[in-house]
Design a protein around this ligand. Sequence first.
Ligand code: ADP
Ligand code: MG
Length: 339
Amino acid sequence: MFGIKEVGIDLGTSSVLIYQKGKGIVLREPAVVAVDVNKGTAIATGYKAQRMLGRTPEHIKAVRPMRDGVISDYELTSKMLREFLRKAIKPGILGYKAVACVPSGVTEVEKRAVIDAVSQAGASRVRIIEEPIAAALGAGLDISKPNGSMVVDIGGGTTDIAILSLDGIVVRESIKVAGDKFDEAIVKYVKKKYNLLIGERTAEEAKLEIGCVLPMEEERSFEVRGRCLITALPKTIELTSTEMAEATIETAMQIAEAVYSVLERTKPELISDISQNGLVLTGGGSLIWGMDILLKQRTGIDALIAEDSISCVAEGTGKALDYIESLPNEAQRKKIIYS
Ligand code: ADP
Ligand code: MG
């Protein structure tokens, strides 16, 4: 295969996925960088850095540069992306064409920062699209029709909610409540109920195993280990799925309320389309059990979890490469391209 490589980048708050046309997803790594504070240099990225989270000596700090869905640390994000891109696609002299997606509602400066980071990693052309468009394309929705569709992407740092029609976003909302907030809620719950301090990674592990926002019919449990706040010694408890639901429901309701408020701001014709089509859930955060049920309860609209919801946005950015080319004119393309 000759010609310039074409790449889609999903720069998430929890993970970075890179899609290469003709190959599919070629990289999937946590968005984490380990930094040597004394020297000011990055010593590891991705999985290697993630293993260091919460376990580093004082002079090494493992950070998530995209924490809230936008670039909080430009230098580190740029370094991380460069490393991932080098590893995954080996740019070569021709460079590559890239489409990257950013959460809706990022500032011009943040958008610029993403473009610069991708360019510095060897891209000859970078286009930015908004995450909901990528999520919709990835989920296989036809966004070109005058028929409203709704996507709710629950990531690590942000939940992006959007209503799309005719290749554009009609209503959008991005809130800083998503997967990470579930982890924080679990930490808080365990601390309050058991006087036990657990790390966010431990909370996430419990969530991946028995995560739910509503009580499950069949009770499950998971052993979590932490430090007892009374004796200061290690202690283990069995966390049940019922407790899990108690811990997470408030966070889940915040997401459901945001979805509801977007629907409230949407024209009746589009609402009617959406109630027929259902809303589509993407992102890793949507996999917590019961989130779809809760959304249906709150909005009356069926919530469908997209197939391979964690890879949806990356696949969508990949599809966007061709989709943008297929549009008949520049005005149409401008609707999709964010920059
Ligand atoms: P981002 O796009 O922000 O990088 P992702 O879409 O990759 O985020 O989702 C990451 C979030 O999804 C994390 O909070 C992670 O804990 C959560 N997650 C992933 N898999 C599951 C699962 N099976 N159940 C519950 N939460 C999950
Ligand atoms: Mg994402």
